[in-house]
Design a protein around this ligand. Structure first.
Ligand code: MTE
Ligand code: MO
Length: 201
């Protein structure tokens, strides 16, 4: 009961319309991932795009950092039930990266690929949503390694497990293919407003 007392206190002054069903508000920024934080050597690092594209792409880290930047503020929602409001991200818009990629007409989904073989699947329309970005700064500072530095995807309208940390590339597909958490029972789409947490939700 003590726990719910504090949760209620923390929610004071927060517009409840910004908190999806079953979520609670927090000011903390929990760290969540499978496995360990990867050690990253920027000289070895690359970002690759393959699958159903007219020509595969590869950028080094400088190539990504030299693309036009955006700074955007989002509410984020983790399937473990915390929501954090007004988070401040800076990086390269997904639309900016996609202006360099020509998709084949059959593409319906993307598999986002990260260090250690971690993956997450997204319907193409969710991935292309205008607010999404590949972030490397948070709150005006370089992103912390445990939050995904040197590059993480941020897809604020879906549960935060789709916001892949330590991202290394994209694979465009003509079908949906479950990623890491999705193979472990999590929903293929993950819309927090419809509580798409697990298979069958
Ligand atoms: N590469 C990678 N990205 C990942 C994960 C992971 O295990 N590996 N976990 C996801 C999950 S379950 C969540 S809730 C968020 C957590 O991000 P945070 O640690 O910055 O809060 O990262 C997501 N991105
Ligand atoms: Mo998560």
């Amino acid at each position: 009961m003590v726990v719910s007392f504090f949760k209620r206190q923390e929610t004071k002054g927060i517009d409840p319309g910004r908190i999806p069903p079953g979520q609670y508000y927090t000011e903390r920024f929990p760290v969540l991932h499978a496995g360990s934080v990867p050690g990253v050597d920027l000289d070895e690092w690359d970002f690759t795009v393959d699958g159903l594209v007219s020509s595969p792409q590869r950028w080094d880290y400088q190539g990504v950092r030299s693309m036009d930047t955006v700074r955007r503020t989002f509410d984020i929602h983790c399937v473990t039930k915390w929501s954090k409001l007004d988070t401040d991200w800076e990086g390269v818009a997904v639309t900016e990266v996609m202006s360099r990629i020509e998709l084949l007409p059959a593409v319906s989904h993307v598999l986002v690929v990260a260090e250690h073989g971690f993956t997450a699947n997204l319907p193409l329309a969710d991935f292309l949503a205008e607010p999404n970005l590949f972030a490397y700064r948070f709150d005006g500072e370089e992103l912390e390694p445990e939050h995904g530095w040197p590059l993480r995807l941020v897809v604020p309208h879906l549960y935060f497990w789709k916001s892949v940390k330590w991202v290394r590339g994209l694979r465009f597909l003509d079908r949906d293919e479950p990623g890491f958490w999705e193979r472990n029972g999590y929903h293929m789409r993950g819309d927090p407003w419809n509580e798409q947490r697990f298979w069958g939700d």
